[in-house]
Ligand binder design. Sequence first.
Ligand code: DAH
Length: 351
Amino acid sequence: MAEEDLDRQAIEDLVESASRAIAGSENLDSLEAERIRYLGRKGELTKSLRSIKSLPAEKRPAVGNAINQAKERLEALIEERKTSLSASFVEEEPYPGDFTLPGRSGFSGGRHILHSVMGEIKEIFAGMGYSIAEGSDVELDYYNFEALNFPPDHPSRDLQDTFYINKDILLRTHTSPVQVRYMEKHKPPVRIIVPGKVYRNESPDPSHSAEFLQMEGLYVDENVSLADLRNDVTYFIRSFFGQDASVRFRPHFFPFTEPSAEVDMSCFSCRGEGCQICQKTGWIEIMGAGMVHPNVFRYAGYDPDAYTGFAFGMGIDRIAMLKYGIDDIRRFLTNDLRFLSQFWSEREMGE
Ligand code: DAH
């Protein structure tokens, strides 16, 4: 193409004739032929773009720009034409089936059993006035241990239990760090539950998994007592496992509570007589709990003389295993539909 052809007028003429050709193409094949004629590797517009090289340098940017705009415009026209040609292909055949038959809903997937159990537990606590708080899976050593009053040489800081990312950052080993994070940002009264994933560097076996779910609870106000803890925990256990459950507190140690306890409920399977589930003790351990340690209040910026509070923490996988008689915690993570679908409702099964 000669130099003088590359002016604005020449490009406009090219666009003009290409637009007409595109609008006039009657099927997808002839449209494609037009596309190749103008925009293909050896197409008209492509050729003019190549011949820019022969222009004086100061003219090149303006002409190049005009050619690129023309190209974009033609591409858009081709797309538009393609859409309208394809649309006219849809043939209007009458529906071959029977319109009056009831519809069949397809399989749309179901809720994971852990999700359902967590939802049920959240609902019980929401009914008692707890709101939901969340933290992040990647946590600072400070919140996971130090601010929870763990001494520097506490065994659970050991590399064997904790996945460290570096000296200061780790995957949280429990949901308790959210206690301090939440108190730093909110004044009492505080009444929260904290659902979430936690991680421990453990070899998996039927009752251990390197990742599992926990739910933390925290209630802080003036004059919160151990009796309040017992009341809320008992209400939860009875709502979830049945009104005839009895509850007992066994003294225990956690660095972030004082006094601390492990909470047991009477075995729902043998009703206290002793069976496999409760390992013949008649009791099943359900959570850890206690009164918030004054040092934890100090770390969070609360005055331990003005406020008291209780905290508890439970393993959601374990609770689901107990309630549904599941024998291996690893089943929750293998995503075997034969296992998961046992817990789906009929609606979720697509019936
Ligand atoms: N964080 C503890 C754990 O993972 C569970 C726990 C015990 C949480 C006592 C609490 C508590 O809030 O008061 O083993």
